[in-house]
Design a binder for this molecule. Sequence first.
Ligand SMILES: Nc1nc2c(ncn2[C@@H]2O[C@H](COP(=O)(O)OP(=O)(O)OP(=O)(O)O)[C@@H](O)[C@H]2O)c(=O)[nH]1
Ligand SMILES: [Mg+2]
Length: 307
Amino acid sequence: MQIFKKITEGLRKTSKNFESGLDNIFNKSKPSEEILQDLEDFMISSDIGIALTEKIIANVKNQKFSDEELNKNNFIKILKGEMLSILKPAESNIFNHQNSLQTILVCGVNGTGKTTTIGKLCKILKNNNSKVIVGAADTFRAAAIEQIENWCKKNNIDIEKSNPGSDPASVAFKTIEKAKNNNYNFCIIDTAGRLHNKKNLMEEFSKIIRVIKKVDQQAPQKIIIVLDATTGQNALNQIEEFNKICELSGIIMTKLDGTAKGGVLLTITEKYKLPIFAIGVGEQEDDLQPFNADNFIEAFLNNGTDK
Ligand SMILES: Nc1nc2c(ncn2[C@@H]2O[C@H](COP(=O)(O)OP(=O)(O)OP(=O)(O)O)[C@@H](O)[C@H]2O)c(=O)[nH]1
Ligand SMILES: [Mg+2]
């Protein structure tokens, strides 16, 4: 299956790192205590997070394995179970065709992949026969408007834009108004990257939400934060900061192909229980996949065969 292959390819760095780490731990004969300590250190260094690592280690200890049973296979079985219990509830496909207008507001810090993700998303939505309009509400730079325009052109998607420097809230307003009056299924708003310490930019984001609500009280139906997997644990702070000014509906994690630390997705989900709407595993238009926990885990643990 093509999708599975892409994720396996994308997660290669993560899974290679993980596999060689586990081989290193289990291939040497050492006392169980030492193995458990090494496993703990290794999982934390793989960005699986302290809380989750401790849970997994406690689970391993509970099994009261003999020295022989404390092996890689048995460990992976336990890990798989824990990963599934965390990631399965986070599966959420919001990109199926919808009859009522769904406004999706996309946010995140600079350069996480917001605009590219929207571009890729347009293709998924188009393939679902949805009528889609994109609002170019990153008016900060002319290049940002051009960038999203190019993605829209590629997929024949309508776009609402304004001049660089204009008010992003006003672009968002016009986009959703047009979407509402013309029976669109999806209205996706791109926004500029913003850091929490830039108070005016955070206020600007709150204003975008307020203004959107003037057209449609229910909107935005989803606020998605786009997180860059290569930033590791820093992604947690980003969720924290955006949650202060809005209610995040879920995450999209990008660049899982560019890091050995894909484990951060587990830490985030364990901590915030936010749905994972999709993952990005490359720069091309087909490199965004709605999130599937089983496929992700198989790819992560490098047990995937070419399906
Ligand atoms: N390898 C890889 N690169 C990605 C992925 N998603 C996005 N990128 C790249 O990340 C870079 C930044 O992407 P943008 O979409 O411009 O990010 P942005 O969040 O819109 O950036 P700002 O609007 O400046 O905040 C680009 O070079 C993208 O091609 C991914 O899943 N994998
Ligand atoms: Mg952008």
